[in-house]
Design a protein around this ligand. Sequence first.
Ligand code: LLP
Length: 439
Amino acid sequence: MPGPIWSDLGVAPVARRGKSPPMLGFHRDTQGRACFSGTPLGNLLAAAGTGSPAYLYDLDAIEQEARAMVEAFGDPRHEVAYAIKANSAASIIRTVVRAGCGGEVVSGGELDLALAAGVPRERLMMTSVAKKDAEIDRALAAGIRAIQIESVEEIPRVAARARALGSVARVSFRINPGVEVDTNAKVATGHERAKFGIGLDELGLAWERADAEPAVTVVGVGAHVGSTLKVVESYLDSARVVCQVAKARLAGGKALELVDFGGGFGIDYGMGPLPSPAAFLAAARALAEQEGLGSLGLVAEPGRSMVASHGVLVASVVQEKRVQKGRWVFIDAAMNDLVRPAMYGARHRIEPLDSLPSGSAVRVAGPVCESSDDFGEHVLAEPAPDAVVIRDAGAYGFSMASEYNGRPLPAEIFVRGGRVASVSPSPGPDAWVARRLGA
Ligand code: LLP
């Protein structure tokens, strides 16, 4: 087996000796079986008893990832606020909180979940362009670190809710820095046509409005310009604008507690290594210090980079189909379980579960009645394996899953120390039938 392919598959290059710790995250054992912490995923699936499709997550790898990010920030005033939308499983939230992270939420539901899963209220940021009054009320009642304001018009609404509750709202301005970053248009959020953030043109008015509202205190300034960023420079382009705005505010004699540079660090989906999350965070910290903002709390909001590589979706092969133009392999996972390929044209590596890929490429698709329910071409094996592993599915996989085509949500299996720590079973098709019958 040539070296580069071997290492691309995450196989330990040298045999482990003595008591060296087991390899965390996705890797292959010496027999080529896909594993977490040395345990074949097939064994974990059998132990969980859920059948497929099922997501599996390596909580140890997620914890290690989260700790590396917290260490890269290297100061308790700074906050790695995990973007819960990436994966809202409580086991994962608890894991990253234990590693020292806070959280970023985008709805009342995520807020309630984060609080119930143990994210300290003073370490929570809430973002959304259209928070309903009930959601603002929940954030105010909980006393979170900051509600991120995304428009001038939102300021009097938040102030009115704070007055009604007899409190003062801690808010942070999410600005739209007007920068274009190299990412899929569907996840670019910091350009002038995006719905997100307070545009730089409106900023003067926003400060005026907020300063005139005794029920509002602006504690921070932030931005989030997009996801799957491939270079640190894109992150800094936006962060520099945030720093300019923060400096101008401070120069005007006003106080600030934090600057928030958002999330968006890309991961290696098989196209080659990217800068580590720690590299993004270290650069962010250095920039804030260079800009003379080192005394403020620095917040980052990574989601994907904390969980994507440490989660997989395992599916069974249901049917093969040979046609003149090639070979289809149909699996029991579909766009309802993992929508990223259908929605963004994203590529997730698909490989045999219990052996290394070999042979020629086949087209892998699910059973959903949409042509976009197509995971693309992948090298599996000849004949097709019984089961496949869809890699890097830990972020925006289950959290975007739906029940389209009467397909129940998939199971989730949480792994610690190479063993099944907990299982969230699929509700199964009967639950869906019963609910739709009641509709
Ligand atoms: N902060 C804010 C305000 C965000 O909108 C997001 C993601 C994040 C932080 C976290 O970004 P991350 O570090 O995960 O890139 N469903 C898409 C990604 C959408 C991202 C939405 N906002 C996907 O599957 O690629």
